[in-house]
Design a protein around this ligand. Structure first.
Ligand code: PEP
Length: 255
C-alpha cells in the first residue's frame, strides 16, 4: 500500500509573513485528516519559519531545489547539508528549473544522490513538452528521464524516491492531462522504466504523483487512478481552502 501524498509547490510566492500564515492555516485545517502525507514546499527564505509552524504536526516540509555539493564557492546555491535536519523532502528537476535554469538529467541525477545521502526524500519531476506530446514522444521521453534520474541508485534508495509526472503543457495552464492518460503514462512509462531497471516489486513501491493544473474539482479523478499516488500542486497550493480540498480529495485512496 503506497501512502498518498499531496505536495504544495509554492514556487516564488509568499513573503515570510504570508508563508507563516498559510502554513499555520493549513496545519490547523488538516489536523484531523489521517492517511494522507502532506508536504509544503515554501521558498528557501521561509523554510525555517514554516518549519517552526508545522513542527510536531503531521505536515511535512520540502525545499524546491538544491545543489549537489555540500559546501563551497557556489554563490546563491543551497546545499543538501543545509537542508538536512531542516526539511524532509526536496523537489528536484522541476520543469521550470530545467527550462529556465538549464538543469540537465545528469545534474538532476547528482542532486537525487546528494539528497538521499542527506536524509532528504527527492520529489523528482519528469514530463514532456507540448511538441513532444503532439509528436507521440511522451512515453519514450518520460521513460528516458526516469532512467537518467534513477541511474546508479540502489533498489533500497530507489524506493525512497517520489516521482512527479508533470506534463509541461499542463503546468499553470489550466489544461490538465486526462486522468486515464496520465495514469497510463505513469503505469507504463514510469513504473515500466523502473521495473526495467530494477524489478516489478521495486516499481510497485515507488510513489508517483501527477502534477499540472490539479484543482479541487479534478483531484479525485486523478486520485482514483490506480497508478497515481498523489499530486504535486502549484497554483492551488497557494490558498488554504483549495490546498485542504486537495488533501481531502486524496482520501479517496484510503476510504
Ligand atoms: C507545478 O508547478 O509543479 C504545478 C503542477 O503547477 P500547477 O499546479 O500550477 O499547474
Amino acid at each position: 500500500m503506497r501512502t498518498p501524498i499531496i505536495a504544495g509547490n509554492w514556487k516564488m510566492h509568499k513573503t515570510l509573513a504570508e508563508a507563516v500564515q498559510l502554513a499555520h492555516e493549513i496545519r490547523e485545517a488538516t489536523a484531523d485528516i489521517n492517511g494522507v502525507e502532506i508536504v509544503l514546499c515554501p521558498p528557501f527564505t521561509a523554510l525555517g519559519a514554516v518549519e517552526g509552524v508545522i513542527a510536531a504536526s503531521k505536515v511535512g516540509l520540502g525545499a524546491q531545489n538544491m545543489y549537489w555539493e555540500e559546501q563551497g564557492a557556489f554563490t546563491g546555491e543551497i546545499s543538501p547539508l543545509m537542508l538536512d535536519g531542516l526539511c524532509d523532502y526536496v523537489i528536484l528537476g522541476h520543469s521550470e528549473r530545467r527550462q529556465f535554469f538549464g538543469e540537465t538529467d545528469e545534474g538532476v541525477n547528482k542532486k537525487i544522490k546528494a539528497a538521499l545521502s542527506h536524509h532528504l526524500i527527492p520529489i523528482v519531476c519528469v514530463g514532456e513538452n507540448l511538441a513532444q506530446n503532439e509528436a507521440g514522444e511522451t512515453a519514450a521521453f518520460v521513460g528516458g528521464q526516469v532512467k537518467a534520474a534513477f541511474a546508479g541508485l540502489s533498489a533500497e534508495d530507489a524506493i525512497k524516491v517520489i516521482v512527479a509526472y508533470e506534463p509541461i503543457w499542463a503546468i499553470g495552464t489550466g489544461k490538465n492531462a486526462d486522468p486515464a492518460t496520465a495514469n497510463s503514462i505513469i503505469g507504463l512509462s514510469i513504473r515500466g522504466a523502473i521495473a526495467e531497471m530494477y524489478n516489478e516489486d521495486v516499481a510497485q513501491q515507488v510513489r508517483i504523483q501527477y502534477g499540472g493544473s490539479v484543482k479541487p474539482d479534478n483531484v479525485e479523478a486523478y486520485m482514483s487512478q490506480p497508478d497515481i499516488d498523489g499530486a504535486l500542486v502549484g497554483g492551488a497550493s497557494l490558498k488554504t481552502e483549495s490546498f485542504v480540498a486537495l488533501v481531502k480529495g486524496a482520501l479517496v485512496k484510503v476510504r
